[in-house]
Design a protein around this ligand. Structure first.
Ligand code: CP
Length: 322
């Protein structure tokens, strides 16, 4: 794997390989010594032009657990404020020895530009670009679903037969896009629920069912319901119902939580707007996988960095460890 830019072009075999390696990584995390020597001597640069808690820290933890050196760059407080371009910023960090660049950027397509422009030779991982994609979020979501529904060793299993309902601000959500491509590649049935003003124009070309009424979607008995963050920072007033109306019609509250089928799970990529798209009852319920998603994110990002930076050795982690 040279870069990880999206899930739209990820094959079923690539996706399963990533999830299976993540499972290997997860197994190593229950050992007394969690740190592995695999990426000793490699440098991972976290290049973040937008705010992040989970993704940036998770990539940092993943790289460190594989013994890579980590350089964290945040556009806030950097020479970006003096007008430095993406090309010059990336080349400056490459000159300090980056082997992989993990980039989050407000512009859709920035990671693809970095990977294909020839500006740098490092592998590129998309950590969220504009409203386009957030592939490692979708991979950790798929990993979480697989672990919940196929207990024990789930290596090699896809998500056929599972129903996933994604609810909320689909228009602005890179998480929704990446999940739609990945979950359907893995065989899950995906339903999107959103106010009509928060549905992308090209959605009819997506392999999903669209429903505008959350109660109707809940009647469809989803195995997993994924609540999206309302991205108020990207919102035009014309798109959005009032917060009160949104919460009443599209929020997951205690009453709707009760109507979900036995065994179903409640997901959220974070950060959550508690009281808007998800109530505290739902966020903190035993069905909630929010913190499991965060924990699994480290294993998935270890897998991504491993396949990017050590995959060419063609040894499995277990072989290397033996
Ligand atoms: N899910 C997610 O991308 O969260 P952060 O913005 O905190 O990284």
């Amino acid at each position: 794997m040279r870069h990880l830019l999206d899930t739209r072009t990820l094959t079923r075999a690539d996706a399963l390989r990533l999830l299976d390696v993540a499972e290997d990584m997860r197994d190593t995390q229950s050992r007394e010594v969690r740190k592995l020597p695999t990426l000793r001597g490699k440098t991972v640069v976290n290049l973040f032009f937008e705010d992040s808690t989970r993704t940036r820290i998770s990539f940092e933890a993943a790289a460190k657990r594989l013994s890579a050196d980590v350089i964290n760059f945040s556009a806030k407080g950097s020479s970006v404020s003096k007008g430095e371009s993406l090309q010059d910023t990336a080349q400056t960090l490459q000159a300090m020895g980056a082997d992989a660049v993990v980039i989050r950027h407000g512009a859709s397509g920035a990671p693809q530009t970095l990977a294909t422009s020839g500006w740098i030779s490092a592998g590129v991982v998309n950590a969220g670009d504009g409203t386009h994609e957030h592939p490692t979020q979708a991979l950790l979501d798929a990993f979480t679903i697989r672990k919940r529904f196929f207990a024990g060793d789930s290596r090699g299993r896809d998500l056929a037969g599972l129903r996933v309902t994604i609810v909320g601000d689909v228009l602005h959500s890179r998480v929704a896009r990446s999940n739609v491509w990945l979950l359907t590649t893995l065989g899950a049935e995906v339903t999107l629920v959103a106010p009509p003003t928060l549905v992308p124009q090209d959605v009819s070309a997506w392999p999903v069912r669209i429903v505008y009424d959350l109660d109707e979607a809940i009647d469809g008995a989803p195995d997993a319901i994924m609540m999206l963050r309302i991205q108020l920072e990207r919102m035009n007033a014309a798109y959005f119902p009032t917060e009160r109306e949104y919460s009443r019609r599209w929020g997951l509250d205690a009453a709707r939580l009760q109507r979900l089928p036995e065994g179903s799970i409640v997901m959220h990529p974070g950060p959550m707007n508690r009281g808007l798209e998800i109530s505290a009852d739902a966020a903190d319920s035993p069905r909630s996988t929010v913190l499991e998603q965060v924990a699994n994110g480290v294993s998935v990002r270890m897998a991504a960095l491993y396949l990017l930076l050590a995959g060419e050795r063609e040894t499995t982690h277990a072989e290397e460890d033996a």
